[in-house]
Ligand binder design. Structure first.
Ligand SMILES: [Zn+2]
Ligand SMILES: [Zn+2]
Length: 358
């Protein structure tokens, strides 16, 4: 059997829309030594493609990180496949809260050198000496007290649309940048209680070990991350201390936790928390755009990009080369975001992609 997908994504997306059954969106991860990640990857691909599972899964020597959608009628059989491998023993599975089952349209399992591209030297500190795991209710209460240091361990484009009340949300583009910023920012507070959180908990595993190595004495982390928190507070009937939307890396790009919108359109400044990728394929930056601006800029981040998008093929190349900005550099997002903030969400005349240098 084939161990990868060869069908065109347009056809796959259409197929997904026409499915007459429901899917459950789940996620799980674990740090666990896998001796032959490629072989393990192939076994999983076989098991899960037979059950018509979709998703994005990373397998590394250090473990697995999976976001998946599983047909409801195959869910028990899916759990059955998990029982075959010791790595999944008692693994907590998180269910998405806003779930239309359309989050993935194919199955992708990739072997990576590391689970999270964190840029950290794992030999420099003990990665297994992690912080104290707090469940949702415990974390909820400690955040509510307002007495402790709450730190968002995600990138700024994630915390921009949603975060815990009173949390420190560093303006970092990458995890590596984030963790050194946090270590510096909190240098004078090594004895305070630190409460870390991220999307699904996986980044905090590394971050907490790193902070402990750097002398922080009371490091705690939200077990299962925001995904699990959102699910638990619903069950416990607690009022969310997380405001806004939880950014997720699938087709949805985010699910609302408490229904509040806390971010702004990067082009007009209006309240909005919808992430889009610029429709100019050679740009593709991730940014926040309201429906009106989407119309005005034809789904693009700037006039420049909409000009390029709508130009005939042969002119596109010339246009691209005449722009002295680098396309496809995700750092542009950071700059554009800062620019929008600095000008206090000024009009689109003040804000345009051309002012941005990579
Ligand atoms: Zn707008
Ligand atoms: Zn663009």
């Amino acid at each position: 059997m084939r161990l990868y997908n060869i069908i065109d994504s347009k056809i796959l997306k259409e197929r997904l829309l026409n499915e007459d059954f429901t899917r459950k969106t789940v996620s799980f991860y674990r740090y666990f030594i896998i001796n032959n990640p490629q072989h393990f990857r192939d076994l999983l691909y076989q098991d899960w493609s037979e059950l018509n599972c979709f998703g994005r899964i990373y397998v590394a020597r250090e473990g697995i990180n999976a976001q998946m959608s599983v047909p409801e009628h195959n869910f028990n059989m899916f759990l059955e496949t998990l029982r075959k491998y010791p790595i999944f023993d008692q693994i907590p599975i998180k269910f998405a809260i806003e779930d239309d089952g359309k989050s993935f349209y194919k199955l992708t399992i990739k072997v990576r050198p590391k689970l999270v591209a964190d840029g950290l030297d794992d030999n420099a500190f003990d990665v297994t000496n992690v912080g104290n795991h707090l469940n949702a209710a415990e974390f909820h209460e400690l955040v509510e007290s307002g007495e402790h240091v709450v730190v968002d361990m995600r990138n700024h484009y994630e915390s921009e649309i949603g975060h815990f009340k009173g949390a420190i949300c560093p303006e970092a583009d990458t995890f590596r940048e984030e963790i050194s910023m946090v270590t510096d920012m909190l240098a004078g507070q090594k004895d305070r209680k630190i409460l870390l959180y991220c999307t699904g908990g996986i980044r905090c595993e590394k971050a907490s070990a790193y902070l402990k190595h750097h002398g922080f004495s009371d490091v705690n982390q939200l077990h299962g991350g925001i995904l699990e928190y959102a699910r638990q507070i619903k069950q416990l009937n607690l009022e969310s201390n997380f405001v806004g939307k939880n950014f997720v890396f699938d087709e949805r790009l985010g699910e609302s936790v408490n229904g509040e919108i806390i971010a702004h359109c990067h082009q007009c400044g209006k309240l909005c928390d919808t992430h889009v990728n610029c429709a100019n394929d050679s740009c593709h930056i991730l940014f926040i755009q309201c429906p009106e601006c989407a119309k005005k800029y034809d789904g693009c981040c700037s006039d420049t990009c909409s000009t390029i998008k709508n130009a005939p093929e042969e002119e596109k190349v010339i246009l691209k080369n005449s722009q002295n900005r680098k396309f496809g550099n995700s750092r542009l997002y950071c700059k554009s975001f800062l620019l929008a903030k600095k000008t206090n969400f000024a009009t689109s005349e003040n804000y345009s992609g051309e002012n941005v240098t990579a």
